[in-house]
Ligand binder design. Structure first.
Ligand code: SAH
Length: 350
């Protein structure tokens, strides 16, 4: 069965025509889907025979919400979602003055192997389909009954390692018949798959590209990010400049500060030199400590000093505000601990 959330309007119109139905029904059907209706019988303006046909050919499959954890500090909500095949992912809703923002996953697990990250410990299980990426936004939006206006692709997985499904997701989520979330309100974060950055640039989308840099030199980067063995910082910078030239969009560089690993004044100066003059912005992330490794967060003073040094090079810097610190550890932690307890209790289905 095909999930309707995998269909663009054009694709659904083609299906309708091939099945001797009026193409205009496609707009009506998708408008129900994106309003949160997931029973065909509730699509009030669709004739009964077409409803039967739809039931025979399509599902509107959303993941099951297994648990919701809400922060008492800032209202951040962490959703543990389950798919029919028994796989789990996490999506996080953050509430800001400017609107609701969701952090979503693009893969079950991740193949990139970054040393500080919990999502990658057991490798990549599989890619999420376009529908599964999109459904995270829809299911959370339905649950809170409020509009979600910003999306960050910063959950589990490497978005550019699931390129085709992610590109289609970007098209669907920003379509006016879809969730209508403008591309300017979407950020895609990558550890730097250079050939895919060029491909993305050529699409000339207006999303924000965020690069997980985390080190100023290849040597240092290799210590914490295996992908650095494949692509050099020089190659990443070249691809970023190409991205800027094609899209005119400012790049975000993410830099997770880890005590005594990449947080020295010399690191900050070298990073400042590397990025000076580029249309970019640096997001400093105090590393989330996870129990599977020994990486420690830098002190507040070190973080502030690091930020000041970058600023003295004319670089715009923000320090990521920690959200929902009482409900979880880092990304991927919730899924891991849930899988563990389920295994112990001998049940992996819900
Ligand atoms: N694979 C993509 C997107 C998912 S990770 C990427 O690498 O960008 C989203 C961001 O969280 C990345 O910048 C990643 O390096 C960072 N991250 C992962 N684990 C972290 C941790 N324990 N503390 C702080 N940031 C972390």
């Amino acid at each position: 069965m095909n999930n309707l959330l995998d269909y663009t309007l054009e694709e659904l119109k083609t299906w309708m025509k091939e099945n001797n139905e009026s193409a205009f029904r496609s707009t009506q059907i998708l408008s129900w889907v994106y309003k949160g209706i997931n029973e065909f019988d509730n699509m009030k303006n669709i004739p009964k025979p077409l409803i039967s046909k739809l039931k025979e050919n399509f599902t509107i499959s959303l993941p099951t919400i297994i648990e919701v954890y809400k922060s008492d500090i800032d209202g951040t909500e962490k959703f543990l979602l389950g798919f029919e095949d028994g796989n789990l992912i996490e999506s996080v809703l953050m509430r800001y003055k400017h609107g609701n923002s969701i952090c979503i996953s693009t893969q079950i697990g991740c193949a990139m192997g970054c040393k500080f990250c919990a999502s990658t410990i057991e490798g990549r299980v599989r890619n999420l389909t376009t529908a599964e990426i999109l459904a995270q936004v829809l299911v959370v939006q339905n649950y809170i009954n409020e509009r979600i206006s910003n999306i960050v692709l910063m959950g589990s997985g490497e978005p550019l390692d699931n390129y085709d499904n992610v590109i289609k997701f970007l098209e669907l989520v920003s379509a006016d018949y879809g969730l209508n979330i403008g591309q300017r309100h979407i950020t895609l974060s990558t550890c730097g798959l250079v050939p895919k950055i060029y491909e993305l640039a050529d699409k000339k989308l207006s999303i924000t590209l965020a690069i997980s840099l985390h080190a100023f030199s290849d040597e240092k980067r290799k210590e914490i990010m295996p992908i650095a063995n494949k692509y050099s910082i020089e190659e990443i910078m070249k691809s970023c400049k190409y991205y800027i030239s094609k899209t005119n969009r400012r790049i975000t560089f993410e830099y997770a500060l880890v005590k005594d690993v990449n947080d020295g004044r010399e690191d900050a100066k070298a990073l400042g030199k590397l990025l000076k003059g580029m249309l970019c912005h640096v997001n400093l992330i105090p590393v989330n400590e996870i129990k599977e490794n020994t990486f420690k967060r830098s002190s507040k003073k070190t973080i502030d000093d690091f930020s000041e040094i970058l600023k003295s090079h004319g670089i715009e810097v923000t320090i990521r505000r920690e959200m929902g610190s009482d409900i979880n550890a880092a990304c991927g932690q919730l899924r891991r601990s849930y899988i563990k307890t389920q295994k112990i209790e001998g049940r992996m289905k819900w």
